[in-house]
Design a protein around this ligand. Structure first.
Ligand SMILES: O=C(O)[C@H](CS(=O)(=O)O)OP(=O)(O)O
Ligand SMILES: [Mg+2]
Length: 223
């Protein structure tokens, strides 16, 4: 396997297998939503799309990054979401980086959304697929977000070397600009436990696969 690591602006072709990485915080939050019972997550194209989905489906749970906002039920924080019962619910998620990255590769034959909390499960799916054409989408900072690069490098290595030591990769993420912003409360809609929760390696046993269903991009747990 010869993986590519590309930022969203660098995606010029349709990858075969795409692993979309957002450690802080979209795909840590998504994993927590499934752990809290959510049935599926709609990855919304825009804030307006999220609001109109909510208008058509009042029981759906809308979630966005940034501060609490009218029309949205939750913020993009794993710590704030972990006590919410989402049993059987549909979540609509719109964030600055993570959801945009998945929508940018929606025509790939396999789209996995990943973070450290689902690292081994994600690596296992790609390993089983045995594809040479694997593109990691580094969603943050136009492909330069250190927490996303560290997680992508770790998953890529773990695909072929399951016993890879995670220590250095987790340390890179812990020292990233995003971790500093979250720890210092610079990012609105956050909680002091967000960074530790984003660094919990293999917290969950499932991967997360996004597929197109009708006109929507839907994320579901995948094993
Ligand atoms: O909610 C987050 O941490 C970020 C916000 S931003 O990219 O720093 O503006 O969104 P995400 O898409 O989860 O990276
Ligand atoms: Mg991010």
């Amino acid at each position: 396997m010869d993986p590519r690591f590309l930022g969203i602006p660098e995606l010029t072709d349709v990858p075969s297998v795409a692993v979309v990485v957002d450690v802080m915080r979209a795909y840590t939050v998504a994993a927590w939503a499934f752990a809290q019972g959510a049935e599926k997550i709609v990855l919304a194209e825009s804030l307006d799309d999220a609001r109109s989905l909510k208008a058509r489906h009042p029981d759906w749970v809308t979630l966005k990054d940034g501060p609490p906002s009218p029309g949205f039920d939750a913020v993009n924080s794993p710590a704030l979401l972990r006590s919410t019962d989402l049993t059987g619910r549909t979540v609509v998620q719109k964030t600055t980086a993570g959801t945009v990255g998945a929508l940018a590769v929606k025509d790939a034959s396999l789209v996995l959304c990943a973070s450290f909390v689902v690292a081994e499960a994600t690596a296992r799916v790609v390993r089983t697929r045995a594809s040479d054409d694997v593109t990691f989408v580094i969603t943050g900072e136009e492909g330069r977000a250190e927490e996303d690069l560290a997680c992508a490098h770790y998953i890529a290595r773990r695909i072929t070397e399951p016993s890879t030591d995670p220590t250095d990769y987790l340390e890179r993420a812990a020292n990233s600009a995003a971790a500093a912003e979250l720890s210092q409360g610079v990012r609105e809609g956050s909680h002091p436990d967000d960074v530790p929760l984003c660094l919990e390696l293999d917290r969950f046993p499932f991967a997360m696969r996004a597929t197109q269903e009708d006109t929507l991009m839907i994320l579901r747990p995948y094993t």
